[in-house]
Design a protein around this ligand. Structure first.
Ligand SMILES: Cc1cc2nc3c(=O)[nH]c(=O)nc-3n(C[C@H](O)[C@H](O)[C@H](O)COP(=O)(O)OP(=O)(O)OC[C@H]3O[C@@H](n4cnc5c(N)ncnc54)[C@H](O)[C@@H]3O)c2cc1C
Length: 392
């Protein structure tokens, strides 16, 4: 799968040829558009001067999948819960339930959660639901954690493991985590600030696109296990030689407006009586001084340094953020770029042509040239669709 776990192979694969579906009305946009209104991505003003910031994040990848296991440290039980690759937001609720299942019963017990990203927050909330008294100890709250620099879409199998290391037990556990999380998200639709919502995804196959490159890393592909749960959408040939793309895969796409979603989770945790303490740990022995007998280690990529876990491989990912456009909420893939036009900003990411992009890179410095390239590719899509230079 390409970066975010979006099933590129699915939209590059067999397509249902629906043919040209008629022209839109003349006032609806460029005359060269073809198809139903929902077959055409809305216009995003893709210009380099609309880049408001560039962020970089390291996905905490483990070939065997996330580490969810228990260890004894002095008199404490430590439940390790990290290594969710490119799927941390998507799998968080189900993964948190799996981590709690491995811990001793927490009803009425003081629990410490180390980390306040997607995984730490959901672990803390599930622990509260099971009756624990929870304190989060973290170097940074969610708004400053790496989780805040994610694309924010439902990608439960993105860089979650290597195919060669996936056991039947892990595949089954992954499916349970994905189904549990998906169900939780359906219960969070329509909240103030729209932390979770459905948008429309457009997978556009460029006219002269090279064939998909083989995946040199060998990431696991597990999505077919949950194919019954998700809307699969439509695939069709545009039949319009004027368009810069020949095939379209369009479907509803579950997205996370990470700014409001992270804020919602943290508020919920505090409202339930949770405490947040900002502090950094440089060695596991420092955890022994915490008052909580049960600890959850949800430090993400930070676990590599804190616990000396060299099984965590960083996978660098950079986002060029364009100014939000509430009139153009959608997500799309085109020529190795992935875009999520969210309420809190438009994510534009260059994925590279194969799955090795960013693998093993620890560099979290922004690369403005890469950001500009990604935005220019998006701009070329809209120019190719006939939009004027002043629009895109
Ligand atoms: C470009 C990009 C796009 C992505 N897009 C998506 C997506 O669309 N959907 C999706 O599901 N996933 C996506 N991901 C993956 C997702 O962001 C991660 O899987 C997720 O953020 C991991 O969350 P975490 O809570 O484990 O780690 P983090 O967010 O890194 O949180 C770790 C927490 O632990 C704390 N911590 C770490 N070390 C210490 C220490 N020594 N002492 C004290 N505190 C410490 C930190 O301060 C932080 O609070 C993306 C990743 C990248 C890079």
């Amino acid at each position: 799968m390409p970066i975010t776990g979006l099933p590129r192979r699915q939209w590059l694969g067999s397509s249902v040829a629906l043919g040209a579906l008629g022209l839109l009305g003349a006032c609806a946009g460029p005359a060269r558009r073809t198809g139903l209104a929902t077959d055409v991505p809305p216009l995003i003003a893709a210009r380099a001067d609309r880049i408001s910031r560039i962020t970089v994040c390291l996905r905490p990848f483990r070939a065997a999948g996330p580490r969810i296991e228990t260890e004894t440290l002095a008199s404490k039980t430590v439940v390790h819960h990290y290594g969710h690759g490119g799927s941390g937001w998507s799998l968080s609720w189900g993964s948190a339930a799996a981590a709690l299942d491995r811990a001793p019963p927490v009803q009425g017990i003081r629990v410490g959660v180390i980390g306040c990203g997607a995984i730490g927050l959901t672990t803390a909330l599930v622990a509260q639901e099971r009756g624990a008294i929870v304190t989060i100890h973290a170097a940074a709250p969610v708004s400053q954690a790496r989780s805040a620099r994610a694309s924010g879409s439902w990608t439960p199998s993105s860089r979650i493991a290597k195919a060669s290391d996936v056991t039947p037990a892990f595949a089954a556990q992954w499916e349970t985590m994905a189904r549990t999380s998906f169900a939780r998200y359906q219960g969070m639709l329509g909240l103030p600030g729209m932390p979770i919502e459905w948008d429309r995804f457009y997978g556009l196959t460029a006219r002269d696109a090279p064939p998909p490159a083989p995946d040199p890393i060998g990431f696991a592909e597990l999505d077919n296990r949950i194919a019954d749960m998700e809307p699969q959408g439509d695939r069709f040939e545009t039949g319009d030689t004027a368009l810069p793309y020949t095939r379209v895969h369009t479907k509803p796409n579950l997205i996370f407006n990470v700014a409001s979603y992270g804020d919602y989770l943290l508020r919920l945790f505090l409202e339930r009586g949770g405490r947040l303490e900002i502090r950094s740990f440089s060695h596991p022995s420092q955890l022994a001084g915490l008052p909580d007998p049960i600890l959850f280690n949800c430090t993400g990529y930070g676990a590599r340094a804190l616990w000396g876990d060299t099984s965590i491989v960083p996978i660098r990912g950079q986002i060029a953020w364009l100014i939000p456009q509430p009139d153009a909420l959608c997500s799309l893939y085109y020529r190795d770029i992935y875009v999520v036009s969210r309420r809190d900003g438009i994510v534009v990411q260059w994925l590279g042509h194969d799955m090795a992009q960013g693998y093993g890179r620890t560099d979290e410095t922004a690369d403005p040239a890469e950001a500009r390239h990604a935005v220019e590719v998006l701009q070329s899509l809209y120019r190719g669709m006939g939009y004027a230079a002043r629009d895109a």
